[in-house]
Design a protein around this ligand. Structure first.
Ligand code: SAH
Length: 220
């Protein structure tokens, strides 16, 4: 795509106009080539419109506004360990890498994950990925400074809360950004902070629409 850099700058200005104010997030969106995460080349020309785009198997690459909004809520800092549930196209993971985070990502669809691993490798984007049910988190690398869930479920998976870093005297606990709601209806984004060993704080935020967070792995 020859004019990708130009279209990305336009997208950044659109997101700014829609209320995204986090300059680090805007810069990351301005850097990551979203079109390479769209497998269907006939849809790549829409990569820098503020729209969700189908990837395969009924999944989508989330709308840039949603990615920017959730990434800003996550507040990923360089060097932080971040878990993503729902690797999908890999775009959200690439945005987190652009922010300097160490990214771990779980996807339940094996063929989709294999394809995405190829794209990430081809573009030298370092994300540790795993095929599995992300509702269980990824215990081997826990605890995480932050967890982002990019599919919507009816409630907060307890394993994810458990894998957030607990607060210490000098550092607040980890945070979880997750859309919650029924599959067919509207969902709401929540930011949850771990405030103690068995304590969380929950903040309801914007209303959105996501693909469903489903249990298990297909065929498993
Ligand atoms: N972050 C992705 C968004 C993809 S859509 C991107 O930037 O493109 C959400 C993804 O979540 C889909 O690929 C879907 O297969 C996956 N998903 C749904 N439930 C899941 C679960 N329990 N564990 C892991 N992945 C899941």
């Amino acid at each position: 795509m020859r004019n990708a850099a130009f279209l990305r700058r336009e997208l950044v200005e659109l997101l700014r106009a829609k209320g995204i104010a986090d300059e680090r997030v805007l810069e990351a969106i301005g850097t990551v080539p979203r079109h390479v995460f769209i497998p269907d080349s006939s849809l790549q020309h829409r990569a820098y419109e503020d729209e969700a785009i189908p990837i395969r198997r009924g999944q989508t690459i989330s709308q840039p506004f949603t990615v920017a909004y959730m990434t800003a809520l996550l507040d990923a800092q360089p060097g932080e360990r971040i878990l993503e549930v729902g690797t999908g196209s890999g775009y959200q993971a690439a945005v987190l890498v652009a922010l300097g985070a160490r990214v771990f990502s779980v996807e339940r669809h094996k063929p989709l994950l294999d394809q995405t691993r190829g794209v990430l490798a081809e573009h030298g984007i370092s994300v540790r990925t795993r095929h599995g049910d992300g509702m269980e988190g990824w215990r081997a690398y826990a605890p995480y400074d932050a967890i982002i869930v990019t599919a919507a479920g009816p409630d907060v998976p307890p394993d994810l809360v458990e894998q957030l870093r607990a607060p210490t005297e000098t550092k607040p606990g980890g945070r979880l950004v997750i859309p919650i709601g029924e599959h067919d209806g509207q969902q709401q984004i929540y930011r949850i902070r771990r405030t103690g060993a068995d304590e969380i704080e929950t903040e309801p935020l914007a209303k959105v629409r996501f693909v469903p967070l489903l249990p298990g792995t297909p065929g498993a």
